[in-house]
Design a protein around this ligand. Structure first.
Ligand SMILES: Cc1cc2nc3c(=O)[nH]c(=O)nc-3n(C[C@H](O)[C@H](O)[C@H](O)COP(=O)(O)OP(=O)(O)OC[C@H]3O[C@@H](n4cnc5c(N)ncnc54)[C@H](O)[C@@H]3O)c2cc1C
Length: 511
């Protein structure tokens, strides 16, 4: 059993995709990084369908070759029966960028990332919970940790030479200690140590107050959508369902409904609600027809939320610790790893004296919030194009002004929708309306463009600027933006070569 250090330059709390990505990136730059994870990996987690940006992140981590040998299912796109329409969507179809992602058993994927972090020099401690944060003014400076009784016993038995800050644990007692640090990366997921316990500034959106119920199936028809490996999504009047084929021969199948609809049916029992939802979707019925449910059902409220601040003096919140989005667009791991890249680049540049801490924080705050808001609006627009059925569920997926601050919304979309001037001059109400309307139009256009593959090929041959503009637009939402000067946020962008950090745009340097 390893002994925790008393100090670290960077302390990461949480070993999910957000925490292990940030930790690995910093360790690869030579920083002293300690990561505390309360569970022992492999541990279960929902969130199995990834987006193609995962390949760019894995490249930055130096783990691509290793990942390709893990055997995860390759995901080349999605098949949707959405409202009255059907779409087969291929990654890279318009942009030519990454043409696949993975469907992953999260216990294996997260374990893979954490083991990779260890191999890159991160000091990882599993079974260690960050219990309390101690502050110097607003700046977190120390964490009090706790290792459970079983871990404590193992530690006492395996090594009597204890660091002075550790209270040696007797048999059956938890072991406790303290670690100080320069920077804290809170990657504690939905627990959100900073936001929930100290800042108390997490705000739930009114929109997307949904609940998910899911289980794992075997012997299903994995080719019901015509192509193995894709995620299948089917809408029903009360919500929608996912089917994600995993490499262990199981399929993750879940239904998402509004919380009130689920509460109203609760007396029927979860199994019946789940079975009825599958029976209502022709797509999910054909997938599950030959199969059997081989697990218990799980359920989780997946209400969307965002903290009012994503960072502050000496700390950065990445992934679900900062914000969470309804799972329809499989954006969770993308946002977690993207924000981890932003946090690692910010801390690395602060240490190298390339940017002032306040500037790096302003960059991180705006960049991550913009990435989140763009997805949030995209999500609402996606729900809007599927809304053919009259049902409360579909009405409840409309983003309102109460959900998003108009100033933040304008900043996130200023260079993306319509003329910059239109949006800059718009009032709060018209800005909100303008952005939503434009996004719905673009989503609709994008889906229809990709619906007819022959038409798409002709469009790409004859009108390449139309398809290129479309691809640029969606890349700025689903891709890793702010990675070049043209995309700079608050005068800074992430440089990935020759080494990870933040760079200033040329104009800013001249000024
Ligand atoms: C129903 C549902 C379906 C989803 N589907 C998808 C999907 O298809 N694709 C997708 O990309 N995303 C999906 N998501 C979202 C995805 O699960 C998350 O966004 C993603 O896991 C976030 O990663 P993270 O690293 O921020 O947090 P997590 O993966 O949650 O990791 C946080 C880690 O921190 C640890 N921790 C917490 N508190 C402490 C503490 N005090 N001390 C030490 N350790 C601590 C936890 O044990 C955990 O291991 C879905 C979510 C839901 C609810």
């Amino acid at each position: 059993m390893s002994i925790l250090p008393e100090t670290a330059k960077v302390l990461v709390v949480g070993g999910g995709p957000g925490g292990s990505t940030a930790a690995t990136l910093l360790a690869r730059l030579g920083h002293d990084v300690t990561l505390l994870e309360q569970s022992h990996f492999p541990r279960y987690h929902i969130g199995e369908s990834l987006l193609p940006t995962i390949l760019d992140v894995i490249d930055l981590l130096g783990a691509r070759e290793k990942l390709e040998t893990c055997g995860f299912t390759r995901k080349r796109g999605a098949y949707l029966e959405w409202g009255p329409e059907t779409w087969g969507l291929n990654f890279g179809e318009l942009s030519g960028n990454s043409t696949y992602a993975f469907q992953v058993v999260r216990s294996e994927f997260d374990h893979f990332l954490l083991e990779h972090a260890k191999s890159q020099g991160v000091r990882v401690f599993e079974g260690v919970e960050a219990e309390e944060i101690l502050f110097d003014g607003e700046r977190p400076r120390r964490v009090q940790w706790r290792r459970g009784p079983q871990d404590g016993q193992a530690a006492a038995g395996s090594n009597g030479n204890r660091a002075s800050s550790i209270n040696a644990a007797g048999a059956g007692e938890a072991e406790r200690g303290e670690i100080s640090f320069d920077y804290l990366i809170d990657a504690s997921g939905r627990n959100s140590l900073m936001a929930n316990r100290y800042l108390r500034n997490r705000r739930f959106h009114k929109v997307f107050q949904n609940v998910a119920v899911w289980g794992y199936w075997k012997n299903v028809d994995r080719l019901a959508t015509g192509r193995e490996g894709d995620i299948a999504v089917g809408s029903i009047p009360a919500g929608w369902l996912w089917a994600i084929p995993l490499h262990d021969e199981t399929m993750s199948i879940g239904v998402v409904m509004h919380k009130d609809a689920l509460a109203a049916k609760r007396h029927l029992g979860l199994e019946k609600i789940y079975a009825d939802a599958i029976a209502e979707s022709p797509l999910l019925t054909s997938i599950t027809r030959p199969g059997q449910l081989v697990s218990e059902l799980s359920t989780e409220q997946d209400y969307s939320y965002a903290s009012q601040k994503f960072c502050g003096p000496g700390y950065f919140m990445v992934g679900d610790a900062a914000c969470f989005l309804d799972p329809l667009l499989s954006s969770g791991v993308h946002l977690a790893t993207y924000s981890a890249v932003l946090a690692a680049a910010s801390i690395a540049s602060i240490y190298r004296g390339e940017v002032a801490a306040d500037d790096a924080m302003a960059f991180f705050e705006q960049c991550y919030r913009q990435a989140y808001l763009r997805f949030l609006v995209f999500l609402s627009a996606f729900y809007d194009v599927g809304r053919a059925k009259e049902s409360y569920f579909w009405e409840a997926q409309r983003l309102t002004q109460e959900d998003v601050d108009a100033g933040d919304l304008k900043r996130a979309f200023l260079n993306l929708v319509t003329g910059v001037k239109d949006l800059a001059d718009a009032t709060n109400e018209t800005a909100h309306h303008l952005v939503l309307e434009e996004m719905t139009r673009r989503v609709d256009e994008n889906l229809h463009m990709r619906q007819n593959k022959q038409h798409l090929a002709a469009l790409q041959a004859n009108e390449p600027t139309v398809t290129a503009a479309n691809a640029r637009f969606f890349n700025s939402i689903e891709g890793l933006f702010a990675l070049d000067a043209a995309d700079a946020v608050a005068g800074l962008y992430v440089r990935t070569k020759p080494i990870l950090g933040l760079s200033r745009t040329r104009e800013e340097t001249v000024n």
